[in-house]
Design a protein around this ligand. Structure first.
Ligand SMILES: [Zn+2]
Length: 70
């Protein structure tokens, strides 16, 4: 017998069940959790490893500007 991932009750497959949940209620709870996670996606990964040779960085000659001795 499958078990409900929400309340761990044994899921009896009847016309009223909504597999893999034991009931509509548990299905809604799971949906709510899923949405919570979807909204709480905190990690935006920035590829630190990929940065290196300064693609898109400001070229040194521009940084120096007209500070050259002249
Ligand atoms: Zn349940």
């Amino acid at each position: 017998m499958p078990r409900c991932p929400i309340c761990s009750a044994t899921v009896k497959l009847t016309a009223l069940t909504t597999p893999p949940f034991c009931s509509e209620r548990c299905r809604v709870i799971d949906l709510g959790r899923w949405l919570d996670e979807a909204y709480a996606v905190p990690e935006i990964r920035r590829g630190d490893d990929d940065e290196g040779d300064g693609e898109g960085a400001i070229p040194p000659e521009l940084l120096r500007g007209d500070a050259d001795e002249g």
